[in-house]
Write a protein that binds this ligand. Structure first.
Ligand SMILES: C[S@@+](CC[C@H](N)C(=O)[O-])C[C@H]1O[C@@H](n2cnc3c(N)ncnc32)[C@H](O)[C@@H]1O
Length: 295
């Protein structure tokens, strides 16, 4: 089961109390939400969003004991303004975005997020979206593939890998994760060190398939608009591309007089947490508070 990252730190900064209205825009396995719900009762309410229907169904069961205080909506958080129209009188005390994918998604043998598991090259977080990783790999021009791998994977061998992909797909289109992982390993000249050479290519494709960076840029202003005065927004990121967007948008909104940045220094997990849960190693938490009156 997915282990929530920076759970104590999220609780500390969002300080959920009885009666709070909370929006968890990436409810995933419900780990953060479960602890938040324990803190907002009696009187509180939590709205959970996720674009992954399977995650929502599992979480609905996990959080069944809170069902009178909980609603779950399948949506991309870039459309959170539309989702919250269901509750037109609510302004939120706290909003959480815990970005990226969950361990449940990576470990799922059918979703294609991992280069370790043989699966169709899918990588869609929402099964309602149309484009899969295989579609991108099999159709994009070489230059566009190289750009994606460079921009979203920060991979200096992007051109070499894109060329190898285009040559390989002429013989046979890509359909599985292991085909891609094998080709990248060959093109990299084998494995050196602990990190698989396909790591960054997989990250880049996932970000492109799900337009992850575009969704964050759209969601942040909408989340800030959904907060009540003194309400807080906490965002956990897992790589520098996401973190840079969050950091810069928060600075911009602070300059506009909409929010105060609460975490002047980014919050990182403790050594103990990283040892217990290696996925936490790259996590960064930033928190802002909506001003009483915009200046
Ligand atoms: C890191 S997990 C969240 C884990 C959760 N906090 C927990 O404790 O179980 C990220 C979740 O966000 C979802 N997600 C990622 N991008 C999304 C988006 N743009 N809109 C909606 N959900 C998204 C993923 O499907 C995944 O379930």
């Amino acid at each position: 089961m997915h282990e929530p990252v920076l759970k104590n730190e999220v609780l500390h900064y969002l300080h959920p109390k009885p009666g709070f209205n909370v929006l968890d825009a990436t409810i995933g396995g419900g780990g953060h939400s479960e602890t938040i719900l324990e803190n907002i009762l009696p009187g509180g309410f939590l709205l959970g969003l996720d674009q992954d229907f399977e995650a929502l169904e599992r979480t609905r069961v996990r959080l069944i004991r809170f069902s009178d205080h909980l609603d779950l909506i399948e949506t991309n958080f870039r459309d959170l303004d539309l989702a919250i129209l269901k509750y037109p009188t609510i302004k939120f005390d706290s909003i959480l975005l815990d970005l990226g994918f969950s361990s449940d998604q990576v470990m799922s043998p059918s979703r294609g997020f991992s280069f370790r598991l043989d699966a169709p090259l899918d990588m869609r977080m929402s099964l309602k979206s149309e484009l899969t990783a295989a579609d991108l790999l099999n159709t994009l021009p070489e230059q566009d593939l190289a750009d994606i791998i460079w921009k979203y994977g920060d991979e200096h061998r992007s051109r070499r890998f894109a060329k190898a992909i285009v040559e390989a797909r002429r013989k046979q289109p890509f359909s599985t994760t292991l085909e891609l992982a094998g080709l990248i390993e060959k093109s990299a000249g084998g494995r050196h060190g602990k990190i698989h050479p396909a790591t960054k290519v997989f990250q880049a494709l996932r970000i492109a398939v799900n337009d992850e960076l575009g969704a964050i840029k759209e969601a942040i202003p909408k989340a800030l608009a959904a907060l009540k005065a003194k309400g807080r927004l906490a965002i956990i990121t897992f790589h520098s591309l996401e973190d840079r967007i969050v950091k810069n948008l928060f600075k911009e909104k602070e300059k506009e007089g909409i929010i105060d940045i609460i975490t002047r220094k980014v919050v990182m997990p403790s050594r103990e947490e990283c040892l217990r849960n290696p996925r936490a190693r790259s996590a960064k938490l930033r928190v802002v508070e909506r001003r009483l009156i915009e200046s």
